[in-house]
Design a protein around this ligand. Sequence first.
Ligand code: F6R
Length: 260
Amino acid sequence: MEIVILDSAEEVGVLAARKIASVLKAATPGVLGVATGSSPLTIYAALATMRQRGEIDLSRTRAFALDEYVGIAESHPESYASVIRREVVEPLAMNPDLVRVPDGRAADIEAACRDYEEAIAAVGGVDIQLLGIGANGHIGFNEPTSSFASRTRIKTLAPRTRADNARFFDNADDVPTHCLTQGLGTILDARHLVLVAQGDSKAEAIRQSVEGPVSSMWPGSALQMHQNATVIIDEGAASRLELADYYRYTYANKPIWQRY
Ligand code: F6R
């Protein structure tokens, strides 16, 4: 696992965008795994700037979202279908027909989850999956004790996750109790993983995921089992890492040919 510690959320976004661009360039047009929430916003802003400068073209890139709420309409501004359209597809000029979000409204939820897995497999899998992390260590909405072998399925959101996401809704009770999420097994199948985190509120989740034991109690620790996982974080999120100086030293001495 590569751990990169940077000074600000903006720098985290710029470096993660460069990593994504380099992987997608090699895989052109490529398959991108996208995340919602606050953490990836600086990445999408950096990718939009790269697009405006003509440095990347995502118009033929496919994308799959990590997760979706169950129980709110697709047209709700906080459905992940709406969020991905507003924050990813439009600013990055992606083709909406090539971008999928799990169908949280499906009458047959299990069939919708199977379809989603099959759609990812049908395009040859995800080249690079972008991840945020919850304060309780969830990735996607794989809450603590999720199986490392899990595939796309319905999950109950942890009370902590509902409370953290209440900021996006008028009323805390409006946050759905359920979601569809790619499983940890689905996420681990992506060829590259990039996890970003900013701020002290993520410091414990980062410490446990990066330096703790591999445990379903901290789903982010699944990254320790992936061959190409990059964790890009700011000083706040890095504040509890025991080997922070080693990660800084490693990055400062990264061979030129390995940089992105
Ligand atoms: C979102 C997702 C979640 C978030 C996590 C952190 O699609 O899968 O795992 O990445 O809840 O959310 P923020 O970035 O809002 O702190």
